[in-house]
Design a protein around this ligand. Sequence first.
Ligand SMILES: [Zn+2]
Length: 240
Amino acid sequence: MSVCILYIDESGVEELGAGTSHFVLLGLCIQAHDWKPLDESLDAIKARYQLSRTEIHTGWMHRRYSEQESVPSFERLSCDQRRSAVEEQIRRRSGEPDFTAGRSTPYEMAFEQVLTRYQSFLSRSESIGIVVHDNNTKVAPRLHELSLKFHQVGTLYKQISNVVETPLFVDSYFTSMIQMADLCAFSLRRFIENDEADLWEIIEPCGDELNGIKVGIRHYTAKRPCKCRICQAHGRLVRD
Ligand SMILES: [Zn+2]
């Protein structure tokens, strides 16, 4: 029986009507025996951009940096020149929601969904799995409590017999795989909110699939009908 690890991270804010129109909670699943080569290749890629031992946060990479825009011919400068030009700029400048939350918060509902879908995948692939979660002091106690309940009585949808332990909370600064989960969650939110498909189209084929239906990705809109690409691929009229 193989062992899987699910890395969970979020994108957007769960508070209704506060900043983002969607809240994404995403689990990136790898086989445990693939962890070492994957972690090493991520380190090698980061080293190419002088980002060894640095946290990659996709939201920051995607942000518009006005300091860079103020530097003439920024694209033609070397890395070191870009860095010192931007530091100089910084020194100069130093100076309605679709649904209402019910008994659970959006975060808890999303966590229950991700865990249920992970269980389905583990069961079909005859694997057992653990969950690794980005450390989040706000939600950690509640997710720990929820996980204990799910282990005892199952989620609303399934017994989670192939998942072991409660989530292990790690610091994303030290854990490259959590940074990759962040990248996937970010790209999904940008796709569903802004129709930015470039990054998401690379990740989308990795979503769990069963009989031609993308069972691994769910867009929750309560009773509001939705025909977006995710809902169509998920076959909303087909039961999970
Ligand atoms: Zn949809």
